[in-house]
Design a protein around this ligand. Structure first.
Ligand code: 13P
Length: 340
């Protein structure tokens, strides 16, 4: 059988009402989330947690692709089946996080640039051979007094574009993730202004690096007030501000937008995605989908707590979140779904 092209893979990842599951936490991030729940932070416990996720019954009904991490893509179930095979057998396309994390940007206090371009061509070839068909790179943009700077935005946009070009050369779909962080007391309007500036810079660089927009996905933040902002926004206000910003800055050639959750509650992430689809689904050129980590995993992790006996209940919770987000893609999510 002929291998799917990047255009076919990009479309498949956002087809119908499915979305992506991000399970690509680096070891320190995963450990931090385990520590908060008193879960032991060892290699084997992390492996068992990922096994719980990938073996969730019927996950492929809601999830089109799963983003793994370098250590995870090499792992297998207790029965010896590679995670990549478990995913493929479930109808889920395997993906891989390929950035090396955000590092302090010299000369720019409080700002970071994502590293990982060195040796990336070779790593991408290896991951493609292991079965990965898409890759992710996350840039983080902090909001604060006098930041983000133009220097930070440009440095991150250029790295994202160089990564995306290398992915396409290797036959992998780049999932381009410029995340404007929710930390801080900034307003919804400021988040909108910064997100638009960042997205415009990213698409300028993608153009300069000759990235085929039809063969990529965008993974942005939703446009929302900072977590410490005193002026809350309604679900509809967030939906409207997000889509307005995307319409201004994201070319129609991009097949899909798969939002990160960024620290919102699971219910809020579903409700906001739902509102976007209810109000705009038939009027926007791209699919409005999801690529959540915390907003899909967190309730399941809280139930699991490292105990084998809790696996079925945790898997049920994981499936439930995936199913709620699937409903949100159709614009059919309701708060009542949370009580079933
Ligand atoms: P969250 O949904 O938890 O923000 O994670 C998405 C992600 O992949 C971060 O890179």
């Amino acid at each position: 059988m002929k291998a799917p092209t990047i255009l076919e893979t990009a479309k498949a990842l956002v087809a119908g009402d499915k979305g992506l599951l991000a399970m690509d936490e680096s070891t320190p991030t995963c450990n931090r989330r385990f520590a908060a729940l008193g879960i032991p932070q060892t290699d084997d416990v992390r492996r068992a947690y990922r096994e719980m996720i990938v073996t969730t019954p019927n996950l492929g009904q809601c999830i089109s692709g799963a983003i793994l991490y370098d250590q995870t893509i090499h792992q297998e179930t207790k029965a010896g089946i590679p995670f990549v095979k478990v995913l493929i057998d479930a109808g889920i396309i395997p993906g891989i996080k390929v950035d090396a994390g955000a590092k302090d940007l010299a000369g720019h206090e409080g700002e970071q640039v994502t590293e990982g371009l060195d040796g990336l061509r070779e790593r991408l070839a290896q991951y493609a051979q292991m079965g990965a068909r898409f890759a992710k790179w996350r840039a983080v943009i902090a909001v604060g007094d006098g930041i983000p700077s133009r220097g930070c935005i440009e440095a991150n946009a250029q790295a994202l574009a160089r990564y995306a070009a290398l992915c396409q050369e290797a036959g992998l779909v780049p999932v381009v993730e410029p995340e404007v962080l929710m930390d801080g007391d900034h307003t919804l309007a400021r988040c909108a202004q910064i997100t638009e500036e960042v997205l415009r810079a990213v698409f300028e660089q993608l153009y300069l690096q000759q990235v085929a927009l039809e063969g990529m996905l965008l993974k942005p933040n939703m446009v929302a007030p900072g977590l410490a902002c005193g002026t809350p926004a309604t679900v509809v206000e967030v939906a409207d501000a997000t889509v307005r910003c995307l319409l201004r800055a994201v070319p129609a050639a991009v097949p899909g937008i798969a939002f990160l959750s960024g620290g919102q509650s699971s219910e809020l992430a579903s409700a906001r995605l739902n509102a976007m689809n209810v109000r705009f689904k038939t009027r926007v050129p791209w699919a409005l989908a999801f690529s959540f980590a915390r907003a899909i995993q967190q309730p399941a992790m809280e139930i699991w707590r490292g105990e084998e006996a809790n696996v079925p209940a945790a898997q049920q919770a994981l499936f439930h979140r995936a199913d709620c987000n699937r409903a949100a893609r159709r614009g059919e999510y309701t708060a009542a779904m949370e009580n079933t």
